[in-house]
Design a protein around this ligand. Sequence first.
Ligand code: FAD
Length: 491
Amino acid sequence: ASERVLLRSLSGGGAAADAAVDLNTTNFDDVLKSSPTSYAIVEFFAHWCPACRNYKPQYERVAKLFNGPDSAHPGIILMARVDCAMKVNTILCDRFSVGHYPMLLWGPPAKFVDAKWDPKQENSGIQSIDDGRTSQRLLNWINKRIGSSFNLDDEKYENEDLLPRNTSDPEQIIRAIFDVEEATAKAFEIILEHKMIKPETRASLIKFFQLLAAHHPSKKCRRGSAELLVNFDEMWPSSHLLLNSEMTQMHGSGASDSIAVCGKEAPRGYWIFCRGSKNDTRGFSCGLWVLIHSLSVKVEDGESQSAFTAIRDFIHNFFICEECRRHFYDMCLSVKTPFESTRALSLWLWQTHNKVNERLMKEEKSLGTGDPSFPKSLWPPRQLCPTCQLTPATSTEVQWNEDEVFKFLVKYYGQTLASPSTKVTSASHSQTDLLTTNDSASSAVSAELVPVWAALGIALASVTFGALACFWRAQQKNRKYSHHLRSLKNI
Ligand SMILES: Cc1cc2nc3c(=O)[nH]c(=O)nc-3n(C[C@H](O)[C@H](O)[C@H](O)COP(=O)(O)OP(=O)(O)OC[C@H]3O[C@@H](n4cnc5c(N)ncnc54)[C@H](O)[C@@H]3O)c2cc1C
């Protein structure tokens, strides 16, 4: 529920919702723990306090800059508030020594979690904002604190020079978990919208969802994919089980609407790591790349070939950028020997992505169609991985140290990119720590949160994703059998 609160407010859901997120004792720690932002501001107020009522529009004006899909600078600061006049919040407000209203505290979201604070406390990571009485003064305080130059009149996609550059900032990939969820949910939305599940594409979608159920970096998407697999045959029956009249209704049942492949909040309609400086750049295709890289480093050696075919066929059948899927498929066709290791698969995908980058580098330059803030380049740049390139910086040709590249890919896409809950620990680490933190997301499937059958599916899948296939097939056989019995009864 707390995650819903956070996502609803970050995505601006709800009728004319305030931009600032309302927190209370129940959701405070969880919302801050799940926040993808670098900083948080919490306003402690009392609803009966006239000064607080007057202050609300001032605070809201700043909150609108940072919270919601239309905000000018999403993903940087979570702006929240707690009503200390509500009895239920007394202990929470005491934890932060609230002595006057309104009182504003600043810090990284993780520092607020399970924390106590008092004004004399040093080095807690939380500090009081002493000069935030108007929206302009609050923004001045923020700008001074983080060296930014945000303006109250900033609008979406303005001041994009303020966006952190993901090419050189290893911390940025932590936020990509939101975009990987977004890309997965968006892909599924497109598949449904364009009625792309057909007898000839059905099997490849099942294989891709098996891969997602086992290795998606987001727990929510692993759970949603497992749920989708278990219900797949009912929603999109295999063609030989259908009458002709039913075939036409394959997409019309509406049952698929109830499947939220990455939770009910996704797709949310905005991007964080993959956010472009223009409306029509980056976004979905960036999220899709990040998803498939993260899958490639998570599979076991023995799964690498089946993961390759699952990714190849998914892109071929369901990525409706004609040029992209055709080029990608051609590159897949040039693979002559089956993959036998995670290393071979992830390095192949990295090289393939670099070939696309190289081609687009020229195309975008001549056509002026790229995102000016994110020009294509060979990846990873030296700032991200100093040991990956063997050649000196001055050299025009780049020679790679593939052992180092593989190590880097595993850390970047496999360990640093994690579910928000595990990210919080990372957020308090230094940049170097970020690249060495162990991700427990893939193993931390919570039994209480996952329906029994899905948990079983995931547990099997985490052994190998082939095992999930067996589990799934057994489910389908049972279903087919009961479907068959039903048909016999009807005759
Ligand atoms: C399978 C596929 C094929 C595509 N083919 C085409 C095409 O033929 N023509 C076309 O115009 N567009 C194509 N696209 C879209 C294009 O590649 C970009 O996704 C899009 O232009 C947005 O670029 P971006 O700057 O967000 O970075 P992207 O290229 O989308 O990369 C996303 C992120 O991945 C990381 N990254 C970059 N390079 C690598 C690498 N080599 N290995 C690992 N990680 C890396 C970076 O952090 C980057 O920000 C394709 C997309 C996909 C998913």
